[in-house]
Ligand binder design. Structure first.
Ligand SMILES: *[C@@H]1O[C@H](CO)[C@@H](O)[C@H](O)[C@H]1NC(C)=O
Ligand SMILES: *[C@@H]1O[C@H](CO)[C@@H](O)[C@H](O)[C@H]1NC(C)=O
Length: 377
């Protein structure tokens, strides 16, 4: 008994001595900085893990084309017998940092894929809710990361995958999680064009702002004449409006250019305007929405040109989609300017993405631009 207690005692004091040595070494001037750095890193890691594991995963995966792929974890929702639960859901993660053009494609494609497969679409809050009349209200009951879900992902951005029409036969009785960009009109057009356009109507405050801009553009042109019916909300205006989108800025950073992003050249805009003139679009008011007004002023010399600089993107989208003829730029935002408009002519830039680039390899242009639109370079 006494011997046992003695061993225990000896053991304890040895541990204490050991700990003291470790403490002395760690706090010695030589290692002190390292110790503190290590402790700080551990604390940070613990904080991220405990407080916000999902955000943490999002953050380390945020790269443009490798958008967040779901890791799965055991169900948090009550599992219901499939036969007694007719409602199967489909949702999309809506990558948190992407722009409005990407979100519009994700929403429209989610809608189309859901309808084609007889699934019920559901989403949590996204930026589009703030300024559009979406039919799907923000909900949070659905668990995208439930291991029981069937995951349908797209590695590429802009190629239509027809197998998206047969998800329910591949995965009967399962909820579906989508990830990827789904940037092709074929996911939702022509079948659901009216449903989509109806949901992408702007909220009244955006319409008011857009109308004010168009009023100003018309009023500023010398041969201004405002008809009373326009004031009362009749969209047929006294002047023909040509909408021009010039997107530059962020798309011109070296990594994006290397990846295959391009922006339209001065020659493209002049070809597009020649094309419109040949179609008797004359004496129009030209409304230019851009994030590079300097470039626009230097490269477009038009009579009756009205520059809309650095507006909120949804206001640009609303203004341009109300015009009669459109000269688009590149990308998803430009696609939806055309798609949401009633424009008689929609012209887009054909040298996007850069032929031969990595971006071009994941893009099939006929899946991206509508066939009736006009490609110019
Ligand atoms: C589908 O999702 C709903 C809502 O989260 C859930 O109640 C249901 O049990 C799920 N069904 C299956 C088959 O996983
Ligand atoms: C709008 O104005 C045009 C031309 O002024 C007219 O032909 C059209 O009927 C009007 N539409 C409505 C809904 O008032």
């Amino acid at each position: 008994m006494a011997g046992h207690r003695q061993t225990q005692h000896r053991c304890k004091s040895r541990i204490r001595a050991g700990l003291l040595t470790v403490q002395r070494v760690l706090l010695s001037p030589r290692y002190r900085t390292w110790t503190w750095t290590l402790l700080l890193c551990l604390a940070l890691l613990l904080f991220l893990l405990v407080c916000n594991i999902r955000t943490f995963i999002y953050v380390i995966r945020l790269q443009e084309w490798s958008i967040y792929r779901f890791a799965c974890w055991p169900s948090t929702s009550q599992r219901v017998d499939v036969t007694s639960s007719p409602d199967l859901f489909i949702s999309h993660g809506f990558h948190p940092t992407v722009g409005i053009g990407n979100l519009l494609f994700m929403y429209a494609s989610l809608w189309g894929i859901a309808r084609k497969n007889g699934l019920t679409p559901t989403i949590s809050h996204i930026k589009l809710h703030d300024f559009m009349e979406l039919e799907l209200a923000p909900e949070s009951f659905f668990d995208l990361n439930d291991c029981g879900n069937f995951v349908f992902g797209m590695e590429t951005c802009c190629i239509y995958d027809a197998s998206s029409e047969f998800i329910t036969s591949v995965a009967p009785g399962r909820n579906v999680s989508l990830w990827g960009y789904f940037q092709s009109w074929k996911y939702f057009h022509p079948e659901y064009q009216f449903a989509i356009r109806d949901q992408f109507r702007f909220k009244p405050n955006v319409v008011t702002q857009a109308n004010a801009i168009i009023d100003k553009a018309i009023a500023g042109s010398p041969t201004f004449e405002l008809k009373t019916d326009y004031r009362s909300g009749n969209r047929s205006r006294s002047r023909t409006l040509v909408g021009i989108h010039i997107r530059r800025g962020d798309i011109l950073i070296p990594e994006r250019v290397t990846f295959g992003h391009t922006v339209p050249t001065k020659a493209y805009y002049s070809h597009a305007l020649d094309y419109l003139r040949a179609k008797q679009v004359v004496d129009a008011v030209y409304i230019v929405c851009t994030n590079d007004a300097e470039w626009a002023r230097a490269n477009l010399q038009l009579p009756n040109m009205y520059l809309v600089e650095d507006q909120q993107p949804e206001v640009d989208l609303a203004v341009l989609s109300m015009t009669d003829h459109l000269v688009l730029s590149t990308g998803t935002f430009s696609f939806f300017i055309g798609y949401l408009s009633d424009a008689q002519t929609v012209i887009y830039y054909s040298r996007w993405p850069e032929p031969g680039s990595e971006f071009a390899a994941m893009t099939n242009l006929p899946d991206f631009w509508l066939p009736e639109w006009i490609a110019l370079e």
